[in-house]
Design a protein around this ligand. Structure first.
Ligand code: PLP
Length: 458
């Protein structure tokens, strides 16, 4: 019983995303009231380190007043305008210019949406539009991977490769083939080396193209490091191999950098980390540190020119959102990217990679831990019942949920995704914060082990 009207009101009125709604009626919400740097505080004043940066996104921390100030100024000056039919405004022009400057060579055009899901829906429509323009009307299918996360709308949710996003939502609803997750530890065959694993996945890609026909496949989409499916780092050689096969078969390559982009992996973009050049790159989240909803699709000159020629023929590109390139979101995005550069937050992520990852790797010896993985400032700690067989606890995801709940009690917010506890802290982290994250997570793991023993689970 909590004599707290917000708590009771939430239980009475809200439907939460990604939530067991009946369990929520029992448990109620964790109500956050303010942020300070990498920390957030709940309604009872309890302090938490936000080690998932909200939803993998708050690069500059939870109290950057420069973002509040530019939002306020923009709201006073021109609170809203759109960019349909030749209209424009300074914030979206300046942000597009900045994005072209920051992203890899050749991605010179930007299209704005409100969310990563809308961005990926837009990518699908752009690719279809482009193929129709070229008379390649059968080239519709997308290649994705199992455990991919590309969003939840009907089309982007179809690209997503997670059962919970498909089951009973009647997805996939667009033609998509999901390939093997590039996660060596979990999906390698008995005795297979990492190089053999990579070769097998590349062969699977080639065989799929051969079986389905390159003239039916429009694009391959992937997160350089997979995030919401459980933080999976691809094996050496995987991405250059995928890129080469796509190029040979005239299949567009889409790098979904909604989580990876802007320094998360210790390089500005994930495609740079893994050495490939996408035709289309999708960003969101750290683009504005999620202070405002915004996503940006970057496309190559070739993609742009084909689409642009076709719009000249049809008279328009019949696609866009009321909020596409919203001036307040774009002003916040530009200031956020300026802060990331001025404070060298991408460099900070690269410098802290070693202490952050090394400290987590020490948990590999913990009785509950199967694998610790990650690069830059993103990591996953996968929990197992049996280290030798890699068998997970039942029901699925229950131990990661337990560890995340105990971590919250210890003042650490991380996220349980299936069997994995994910960490993705704000890029403003300090070395002392890294040590504190390790300490709190360590206590949560130890408490989970005690609990598992008491319950007879181990
Ligand atoms: N793509 C990736 C890689 C993501 O991680 C996400 C969200 O987590 C999305 C797309 C969807 O973004 P949104 O939640 O803004 O629709």
């Amino acid at each position: 019983e909590r004599p707290n009207s917000l708590h009771a009101s939430d239980i009475a009125h809200s439907m939460h995303p990604y939530t067991n709604m009946r369990a929520h009626e029992e448990k109620g919400p964790m109500i956050m009231t303010r942020g300070d740097g990498i920390r957030v505080y709940d309604i009872d004043g309890k302090e938490y380190i936000e080690a998932l940066a909200g939803l993998w996104s708050v690069a500059v921390g939870f109290s950057e007043t420069r973002l509040a100030d530019v939002a306020y100024e923009q709201l006073k000056k021109l609170p809203y305008y759109h960019s349909f039919a030749h209209k424009a405004h300074e914030p979206s022009i300046r942000l597009a210019e900045k994005l072209v400057e920051m992203t890899p060579e050749g991605l010179n055009r930007v299209f704005f949406t409100n969310s990563g899901s809308e961005a990926n829906d837009t990518v699908i429509k752009m690719v279809w539009f482009l193929n129709n323009a070229l008379g390649r009307t059968g080239k519709k299918k997308f290649l994705s991977r199992n455990k991919a996360y590309h969003g939840i709308t009907i089309a982007s949710g179809s690209l997503t490769g997670l059962p919970a996003n498909h089951k009973d939502f009647d997805l996939p609803a667009i033609p998509v083939t999901h390939l093997t997750t590039p996660h060596y530890w979990r999906f390698a065959n008995e005795g297979e080396t990492e190089a053999e694993f990579t070769a097998r996945l590349l062969k699977e890609l080639e065989d799929t193209i051969e079986a389905e026909g390159a003239d039916t496949i429009a694009a391959f989409i992937g997160e350089p490091v997979m995030g919401a499916g459980g933080v999976m780092v691809p094996p050496e050689g995987y991405w250059p191999g995928v890129a080469e096969i796509c190029r040979k078969n005239d299949i567009l390559l889409v790098s979904d950098e909604v989580i990876n982009g802007f320094g998360r992996l210790g390089t500005p973009f994930g495609c740079e980390k893994f050495g490939f050049t996408p035709d289309i790159l999708v960003t969101s989240k750290q683009l504005t540190s999620s202070y405002m909803p915004l996503a940006a699709i970057m496309v190559s000159d070739e993609v742009y020119n084909t689409i642009a020629d076709h719009t000249a023929k049809l008279g328009t590109f019949g696609h866009g959102f009321t909020g596409s390139g919203h001036p307040v979101a774009c002003a916040v995005g530009l200031e956020n990217l300026n802060i990331i550069e001025e404070q060298d937050l991408m460099g900070n992520a690269a410098r802290l990679e070693k202490p952050f990852q090394d400290g987590l790797r020490k948990f590999a010896d913990h009785p509950l831990v199967g694998e610790v993985r990650g690069v830059g400032l993103i990591a996953g700690v996968e929990l197992v019942k049996d280290k030798a067989t890699k068998e997970a606890f039942a029901p699925a995801g229950s131990m990661a949920a337990k560890v995340a709940a105990l971590a919250a009690e210890e003042g650490l917010i991380c996220r349980n995704v299936y069997e994995t506890v994910a960490l993705c802290p704000p890029l403003i982290l300090t070395e002392a914060d890294v040590t504190e994250i390790h300490a709190r997570l360590g206590r949560a793991l130890d408490r989970a082990l005690e609990w598992a023993k008491a319950e007879g689970l181990v």
